[in-house]
Design a protein around this ligand. Structure first.
Ligand code: NAP
Length: 324
């Protein structure tokens, strides 16, 4: 079924995290018949459903007093969007032409690689992906002991000594989760203060299976076909040492998925889409952005969902005024 190439859509939504699905729920209930392009898994860690697919328990999403698994929450979002008639297709935007409406969007559909999907309006909810350390050994050993996703890979590290790099909430969440599998988890952080919330730090400190290596950075991941250790540099003294672990989880933050929009939309210095204050409008009329792709500050599932709602309302208003 590829007839979505043969018509001009009211609204196409790029991305299937909380922002994209919320935009889909609102635009489909507004009878705009949205087409949602859900993305696909790639080596940067992107995947349909977004970053929550890589998360364990979510305890702070309102409405779930006992918490909920990230993947389960996203399955609820998706079912709700489908219930109101959203068409969902898989694929990743490989190119866009936003010079005039209807906009053109090319996707990674091998049967239709040259044929764009066309839409009067566009909601961008492509999210962000995990950053890498960019040290020797990382590229070679990704999937062979180096991971950016504890939920996906934690199971493989039963009774092993492993490490997590980072000092934010992600690093702490991953480290605590990994103690269910690993013998011991070392949190390696380049400073001696943490960015993570107090409650996460306290939970990790009171966990016997977690220890800390502070003011330290990983300068090399050792091993030819699997992780055999880490070369560590003490940032205060410059001294090098080796940490004997068989796994490394990199949890050092994210960058927005905006490469396809470069030169067509205004981006900030870190690559995030710039939206107008109190709005999801970009610098191109009819193009709206929501969720982590335009938010370097809050980056929460609930704020992403809220901005997805805003984008849907902004797009609906724009379509009613501009599309006959
Ligand atoms: P983050 O808060 O940006 O933290 C990234 C951490 O990685 C920082 O400690 C940073 O060090 C370190 N880092 C960055 N680049 C590095 C490099 N090249 N080498 C070594 N260390 C590096 O990212 P995050 O932890 O992914 O969290 C992102 C947002 O999601 C935050 O707002 C967070 O609160 C939220 N979040 C919430 C939950 C939850 O509530 N359950 C869970 C996960 C994330 P410095 O501190 O020195 O800069």
């Amino acid at each position: 079924m590829t007839d979505y190439f043969d018509k001009i859509h009211n609204v196409v939504i790029l991305g299937s995290g909380p922002a994209g699905y919320t935009a889909a729920i609102y635009t489909s209930r507004a009878t705009l018949d949205p087409l949602l392009i859900e993305g696909e898994a790639d080596p940067t860690g992107d995947q349909p459903g977004g970053q929550l697919m890589l998360t364990t328990d979510i305890e702070n999403y309102p409405g779930f007093p006992d918490g909920i698994e990230g993947a389960e929450l996203m399955a609820h979002f998706r079912a709700q969007a489908e219930r109101f008639g959203t068409t969902i297709i898989s694929g990743k935007a490989t190119g866009v032409d936003l010079s005039s409406s209807p906009f053109s969007i090319w996707i990674s559909d091998s049967d239709n690689i040259d044929k764009p999907i066309r839409s009067h309006s566009l909601i961008i909810a492509t999210g962000a992906h995990s950053l890498r350390l960019n040290v020797p050994g990382e590229e070679r050993l990704i999937g062979h002991g180096v991971s950016t996703c504890a939920t996906c890979d934690g199971f493989f590290f039963r009774d092993q000594n492993i490490a997590v790099v980072g000092g934010g909430d992600s690093a702490f969440e991953e480290a605590i989760f990994l103690t269910h599998f690993a013998r011991h988890v070392t949190i390696i952080h380049r400073r001696d203060e943490f960015r993570a919330s107090h409650i996460m730090v306290e939970r990790a400190r009171s966990n016997d299976k977690i220890s800390f290596l502070l003011s330290s950075r990983v300068v090399e991941i050792l091993g030819s076909t699997k992780v055999e250790g880490l070369k560590i540099e003490d940032v205060r003294t410059g001294a090098h040492s080796t940490l004997g672990v068989t796994g490394l989880f990199v949890a050092i933050g994210h960058e927005p998925n905006t490469s396809v929009f470069k030169g067509q939309l205004n981006l900030d210095g870190n690559g995030y889409i710039i939206t107008q204050p109190d709005s999801t409008k970009t610098n191109v009329h009819g193009v709206f952005a929501c969720g982590d792709v335009q938010d370097s500050i809050y980056r929460q599932a609930i704020t992403a969902a809220g901005s997805g709602c805003m984008a849907a309302l902004d797009a609906e208003h724009w379509i009613r005024e501009n599309v006959s």
